[in-house]
Structures are given as structure tokens and as C-alpha cells.
Design a protein around this ligand. Sequence first.
Ligand SMILES: CC(C)(COP(=O)(O)OP(=O)(O)OC[C@H]1O[C@@H](n2cnc3c(N)ncnc32)[C@H](O)[C@@H]1OP(=O)(O)O)[C@@H](O)C(=O)NCCC(=O)NCCS
Length: 167
Amino acid sequence: MVLTIRELNYEDIETLGSWLISDPDFPGDFSPFAWEISKESFLSKVQENLTVPKTVEVKFYTVQRDGSPIGVMLSRKPENFDYVEVGYYIQPAERHKGYGTESLRQFTDFLFKTCGVLRLEAGTSSLNVPSQRILEKAGFTREAIRRKTLFRNGKWEDSYLYALIRE
Ligand SMILES: CC(C)(COP(=O)(O)OP(=O)(O)OC[C@H]1O[C@@H](n2cnc3c(N)ncnc32)[C@H](O)[C@@H]1OP(=O)(O)O)[C@@H](O)C(=O)NCCC(=O)NCCS
């Protein structure tokens, strides 16, 4: 089995769209969905990214197992800052097999090599244990608790800020 990550291309948009639109489990229970944007605007952001890559701060990647897509990774570089945020989704049928951890490790290596930053960040709900686990297994440190940052299902949730520093 070979796991690889590469930038998303036009052919991948259809696959990503089908996961987003037809699979309600794809975003997961805890994700403030991709920076709180709708599925449609998420897809148009992907399209925009491919059309005018230099003008957008978010980049999309596909995770492939033996050449078939099983997930999506995102990087976002906030304007005027020199760090990168990461996001990750593994297709529901492929979760709990170690792919999230392995692809996040590969992704962080790739970002450190290509983005010229020393810090990668991720935010996650305090209830999203799988997300916390893969961050910790990929070497991230929990730096902060951000109290009452997510309002879901009628309740306020805390979230955690994680970071990985290139030493
Ligand atoms: C987060 C996500 C990418 C993890 O991918 P994955 O391929 O399942 O990750 P792995 O198999 O490498 O590791 C999952 C870990 O979570 C643990 N886990 C899975 N479900 C769990 C649960 N319900 N409760 C506690 N731990 C759980 C697994 O045991 C494993 O940890 P371990 O190795 O210490 O045993 C995947 O769950 C996902 O796509 N979720 C929806 C999107 C999402 O929430 N993204 C993050 C937004 S911040």
C-alpha cells in the first residue's frame, strides 16, 4: 500500500463534490465545515484555487491510496502571517486505519519543505478525539484551550489549538 498526497486537479473536483454532496458523514460530526463555508462555496473555492492559484490563501490536496482518492487535506496561510493552518478529511469508509495519521505526517513534511514557515497550526473541537489523536501522533503539541469557540447542537464547545514547530 502506498499513500501519497498531491495538489488537487480538475479531475479530482468531481470526486470531492460527490463526497461532499452525497456523503453526509464526510465532514464528520465536529468539523466547523472547512472554515465555516458551505459545500457549494467550498467547491467553488477549489475551482478558484485551480484557476487563479496565486490569489487564494487556501490550497487543496488529495490523499491517494495506491492511486485512488481517499481524503482531502487543506492548507491556509493567513494574510500577513508566516504560519500555515492545516485541515484534513478522510473518507468515512477509510477511517480508523491509520491513513489520517500517515497522510498528516506526509503533509506536514511537504508544507515545511515548500512553504518557508516554521509553524503549522490546527484547531479542533475538544470533543473531536480522532482529530486530536492524529495531531498528537503527527507530533503536534496542544498549546491552548480556546473556551466557548463552537456553538453546536445548542451547546457551546471549547476547542484546542495545536501547533507543530520545525526545529
Ligand atoms: C480526523 C480524521 C481525519 C482521522 O482520520 P483516520 O484515518 O481515522 O485517523 P487514524 O486512523 O490515523 O487515527 C485515528 C485515531 O483516532 C482514534 N479514534 C477513532 N475514533 C475514535 C472515537 N470515536 N473515540 C476515540 N478515539 C477514536 C483511533 O483509535 C486512532 O487513535 P489511536 O491510533 O491512538 O488508536 C477522520 O476522523 C476524519 O476525516 N474526520 C472528519 C473530519 C474532521 O473531523 N476533520 C478535522 C476537523 S478539525
